[in-house]
Design a protein around this ligand. Structure first.
Ligand code: PLP
Length: 359
């Protein structure tokens, strides 16, 4: 028996979150593009940087624990009551608060698989059991199978739309039918980390669907479209008492004064930021069209990334990308997710895909 502190046994086989590989150290000869974390390739806006500089003079003080100003800015922007908004350290932080608020040992959490890799980690840390429902052959959520997976131990269902890492988003009618079939005592999270990149008008808008559904919680983030991934700020919109439970489970003072101020400034600069999102969407369309022309069955993506189902060729493709100067995110044995980045980076990706040739 090893000495030392006794740790919870269910931590032993937690999958490790694999962060997108970082670009090579300065001094490397080849320019490397990071297309592995679905980050926004644009640098921060000058107005947001100025706000960050100004806020930094306050860092000897604790931030506003309730992020009052940010919460009202979000509430006003999306026309929801302020007490329906809960912020956290990125939407992953908020998602952890959601799992903590709903599920523990003996409880089940249903989500599609493959989906966002944080889900199995958060569920296992909580002590609850993951119920993973395979995606359809077209890389979409199998909502009927997810309904069929509900048991009397189900406490939470995570729905990721658009789905990371495959790209498809769920249309309104399908999501409504699904939500109407879920028992009202089970919380459904609609994780919309990429909602600003959606262009299909038929795709569900979580904020529309949550309004008359007390068991729906919408999760959004400033990390992707708003370009604040490094500052860690995201939020949930849900009815009381769900939003209140999330606030109870938050790490006190988790969202820094810099993150709060930058998020407020980003909402104020939304028009400018959404123009950049439109540029990324245009690149997404260009890249996917080029790949489909090459014969790749890239699923329709409503997010800022494309998915290559490569099976046993996954690692080889990722290595080929890296030799050509782009770092992508391989899921060994399954496929590669490549973020849409700078046009030059996207060109490299398309060229590698052409040389690699679809199966
Ligand atoms: C990137 C991402 C998030 C956002 O993470 P943050 O913690 O807000 O940076 C949430 N959900 C999904 C599905 C994501 O891909």
């Amino acid at each position: 028996m090893a000495d030392g502190p006794r740790l919870r046994a269910n931590l032993d086989d937690i999958p490790t979150y694999v962060p997108g590989r970082r670009v090579a150290a300065p001094g490397a000869t080849q320019r490397m593009y990071k297309l592995s974390s679905n980050e926004n390739p644009f640098p921060p806006l000058p107005s947001v940087l100025q706000t960050i500089t100004d806020a930094s003079t306050w860092i000897n003080r604790y931030p506003d624990m309730f992020a009052t100003e940010l919460v009202s800015a979000i509430a006003e922007r999306f026309d929801v009551p302020a007490n329906h908004v809960a912020v956290g350290t990125g939407s992953v932080g908020v998602c952890q608060q959601i799992v903590q608020s709903t599920a523990g040992p003996g409880d089940e959490v249903i989500y599609a698989w493959r989906s966002f890799e944080a889900y199995p980690i958060l569920v296992q840390v909580s002590g609850a059991t993951s119920v993973q429902v395979p995606l359809t052959s077209t890389e979409k959520h199998d909502l009927d199978a997810m309904l069929a997976a509900i048991t009397d131990r189900t406490r939470l269902i995570l729905v990721c739309t658009p789905n990371n890492p495959t790209g498809p988003a769920i249309r309104r009618q399908r999501l409504e039918r699904f939500l109407d079939a879920v028992p009202p005592e089970i919380l459904v999270v609609v994780d919309e980390a990429y909602v600003e990149f959606v262009r299909d008008p038929e795709v569900a808008d979580g904020l529309e669907l949550y309004r008359d559904r007390p068991n729906v919680c919408v999760l959004r983030t400033f990390s992707k479209a708003y370009g604040l991934a490094g500052l860690r700020v995201g939020y949930a919109v849900a009815h009381e008492p769900v939003a209140e439970a999330l606030r109870k489970c938050a790490v006190p003072f988790g969202v820094s004064v810099i993150a709060q101020s930058a998020a407020i400034a980003s909402l104020a600069a939304e028009d400018e930021l959404l123009k950049r999102v439109a540029d990324i969407v245009a690149e997404r369309v260009r890249v996917r069209d080029a790949l489909r022309e090459q014969g790749w069955p890239v699923p329709p993506t409503e997010a800022n990334f494309v998915w290559f189902r490569l099976s046993e060729r996954t690692d080889a493709f990722a290595a080929a990308c890296e030799s050509a100067g782009v770092i992508v995110r391989p899921f060994s044995g399954e496929g590669v997710r490549a973020s849409i980045g700078e046009p030059d980076a996207n060109d490299v990706l398309v060229q590698v895909a052409a040389d690699f040739a679809p199966a």
